[in-house]
Design a protein around this ligand. Structure first.
Ligand SMILES: [Zn+2]
Ligand SMILES: [Zn+2]
Length: 457
């Protein structure tokens, strides 16, 4: 509720800026530090940083343990991340701490490099991402503060495939991503039928949208699908992978979303913590989108936020686009409504283990990974998971890894079996690296089988 243009809900909006000056894929690559410089200028020009509703926080480095809680980095965390990655991830944790202390009612980590294409096993960079900032935040909120049910809403134009993969089997993390249809854009996934593993069906929801979708189309999805699902799910926190490349001027995609549309989306979604993902229209979109989002988060009037070249009414969706969007919303709503029955049916048809094979391509580093994933379907607990992973660059094997993950709340029998699998693979000379993630004890260890050295976080 607005009183004199100021939201009467207490608490401040926490902001962290980290443009990562020394990290770029290459000097001319779209993922470079200018992404945040114009934004910073605009925000200072608007005087936002001087407002009593806004509090700027200094970023901190995430610890290796924070990364190992979410990822299996091959060969180790230190070889997959730079200081910039640790600061980007650490910024989200700083905001989480401020939120938990009650200092802020919400926060926005304006950081790079982004993270949402990074999956559980990390052999290199894919889609500009090495480690998944928002997934690291989820695991931190759980281990440090005991949260269980969390929602991640991905509003980047690209499918949040990494976040989806990390929480695929987790019924307590709702992952919703809307994005430009994967038939027309990287990473080529995020279709309606991707809804999660057998124990967590419809806790992953994907809303592929036709190129050219406007403010109206995206708000239709928000009002008729995302907000009602969130109301049902009742997460303890709403986290937003706040990509800004749905903007009509973005050079990497083809949508028609505006800065004001983004601000309104933020107001309706009311996320507790936002983490910047992509957005590559450095001058024409990002300064306006970010100003709008920050004002919406702080409960300020954002109605004046407009790009200089924006002409109201100039973007119109065709009837065919409307039909496609409405049909997609209907299909995803159906999956959500039937989630309990679907899980029951899926589990009846499976034995003690669920297995799937998948291939993952790292476009930035030109690595091909093949994985076999296995989840113990335990009647007493969420079951443990193993991943056998082999990565190739060109024709040569890069690394082989075997990863074991013991989830929170694992029963003693799953815990024992998982530890045994880890020990067994220490003798397997064909596997280079073996990992054990123990989430209840917050202990993470790995062994280099070639040098027989073990390390732990
Ligand atoms: Zn993106
Ligand atoms: Zn069990």
């Amino acid at each position: 509720m607005l009183v004199n243009g100021i939201c009467n809900k207490g608490g401040k909006t926490g902001l962290i800026f980290f443009p990562a000056f020394d990290w770029a894929i290459s000097p001319t690559h779209p993922e470079r530090e200018e992404r945040l410089l114009y934004t910073r200028d605009q925000i200072f020009e608007e005087g936002l940083m001087d407002l009593p509703q806004i509090e700027e926080y200094k970023p901190r480095l995430a610890e290796s343990k924070d990364i190992a809680r979410t990822h299996f980095c091959v060969p180790d965390v230190e070889s997959q991340v730079t200081e910039a990655h640790l600061i980007a991830a650490g910024s989200t944790l700083t905001l989480a701490d401020a939120w938990e202390r009650g200092e802020i009612r919400n926060g926005f980590a304006l950081v790079r490099p982004p993270g949402h294409h990074s999956m559980r096993v990390v052999h290199g960079n894919r889609g500009f991402c090495n480690i998944n900032n928002i997934a690291i935040l989820v695991e931190y909120l759980r281990s440090r503060y005991g949260h269980k049910r969390l929602a991640v809403i991905d509003t980047d134009v690209h499918h949040g495939d990494g976040t989806q993969e990390i929480f695929w089997h987790d019924p307590d993390v709702l992952c919703i991503s809307f994005h430009q249809d994967g038939h027309t854009l990287y990473p080529g996934s995020g279709f309606v039928n991707e809804i999660g593993g057998p124990q967590a069906l419809a806790r992953t929801l994907n809303i592929p949208l036709p190129p050219g979708t406007t403010d109206e189309g995206i708000h239709y999805v928000l009002d008729n699908l995302i907000l009602p699902v969130l109301k049902d799910f009742q997460p303890e926190l709403i986290l937003n992978s706040a990509g800004q490349d749905n903007h009509y001027t973005d050079p990497l995609a083809n949508m028609r979303f505006s800065a004001n549309g983004y601000a309104q989306l933020n107001e309706k979604l009311a996320p507790d913590i936002c983490v910047l993902e992509g957005g590559y229209a450095v001058e024409s979109a990002l300064p306006y989108v970010n100003t709008g989002i920050i004002q919406a988060m702080a409960g300020l009037d954002y109605s004046h936020v407009r790009e200089p070249d924006y002409v109201p009414g100039s973007f119109v969706q065709s009837d065919a686009m409307w039909r496609e969007i409405k049909k997609t919303v209907e299909q995803v709503n159906e999956a959500w409504a039937e989630r309990e029955e679907m899980v029951q049916m899926a589990l009846e048809g499976l034995g003690d283990f669920y297995r799937r094979k998948k291939r993952i391509f790292y476009d930035t580093d030109m690595i091909n990974e093949s994985q076999e994933e296995s989840v113990r379907l335990c009647p007493d607990c969420p079951g443990y998971m193993t991943i056998s992973s082999s990565a190739q660059r060109g024709h040569g094997i890069l690394n082989n890894a075997f990863c074991v993950s013991i989830p929170r709340g694992a029963c003693s029998s799953c815990r024992e079996d998982a530890s045994e699998e880890y020990e067994e693979q220490l003798e397997n000379r064909r596997i280079g690296y073996v990992y054990l993630q123990d989430k209840d004890r917050d202990r993470f260890k790995f062994c280099n089988n070639m040098t027989r050295t073990q390390k732990g976080y």
